[in-house]
Write a protein that binds this ligand. Sequence first.
Ligand code: PLP
Length: 397
Amino acid sequence: MNKPSIYMDNAATSQMLPEVTEAMQPYLGAIYGNPSSLHTAGKQAAKAMAQARAQIAQYLNVASSEEIIFTHGGTESNNMVFKGITEALINKGRHVITSVIEHPAVLEPCAWLEQKGWQVTYLPVNAEGFVSPNTLSEAIRPDTVLISVMHGNNEMGALQPIEALGALARERGILFHTDAVQTVGKLPLNLQNMPVDLLSCSAHKLHGPKGVGFLYASANAHEHLRPLLHGGGQEGGYRSGTENLAGIVGMAKALKLAIEGIPGHTQAIQAMQKRLIQGIMDIAPQARLNGPLDENLRVPGNLNFSFAPVEGEALVLRFDLEGICVSSGSACHSGQLNGSHVLNAMGCTDDEAKSTVRFSLSHTNTLAEVEAVLAALPRVLQRAGYFRSHPATATIQ
Ligand SMILES: *Cc1c(COP(=O)(O)O)cnc(C)c1O
């Protein structure tokens, strides 16, 4: 297969930056000790791991580096919250609250809890994809033990009001978790000043390696957390198994580059997304931009368009023939027959929900790439039969 020339699917995963690969190199070779070993090789590994943990804690302004628990990534961190916390709090209540637009790595653990007799309230969203603090307030019950609302949505980019939602949880003494896989490294986060007890992160969404992430758990949340994996007692007993040291070092490096780069990256991404939106609307005025209209309420670079009535997957394949990688909504959903659960929850018609293409830009993209995508778009739409349904616009092409 040829190397894709334009990659605009950064919400699915992102390329490792050369600096990250370079930082990992020693830990894929010369430095191979087990961080738990007492000898010199082990101590060397333990030192590198402690340093990575301290750096990550510092970048997110976490009170103590012990609050960072290394995991396999976003899916594991989310599972640890839902399974670990509920096991610990089962005698306090059996009700959790989340939202309808969560990633499957939250929705599936919730479905699992329901099978075990728990009750789950799924908060609705409005047409722009936002959960409202009022609906959360009304959903809280005396037996609610956990509230989990994602920070940035992976399919259409809506940034949830987690400060307000977390504050409501805190007022009632309920643990608050947020799946921040789409926002860590893209928005500044100061965890000591936020009403968040638990937060999930994954390195491969921020130009780090795959198969590594962390769960931030405040001292208060630690008390109520139980491990998914039992064994050698690594990660303070919360996550047994010899740590992925190279991955952890790579994640710390990727996070450093991402956080230090936020102002510049955001500016570049917003310029590109502005041009992309304008260009798409010129070519296909009936296309619809899903999610928040205000760019400050959207994960930088996450743009989801409906090109009804053409199926999103057909467009993704046509783009691929042009050497352009985009997604139809979420990679985790590809192959599913119904439209996306997220767009359905926002009140989109089935046609709109099935006809989505998500362009997710990163600072690694360029304006020239945006222009190339816009140059290919009329061909892609033409070949997918889009202009048969929108003949008036075809004549403009
Ligand atoms: C990608 C993603 C996950 C899953 O993370 P993995 O590290 O791939 O397991 C969870 N939540 C959101 C919002 C995501 O975008």
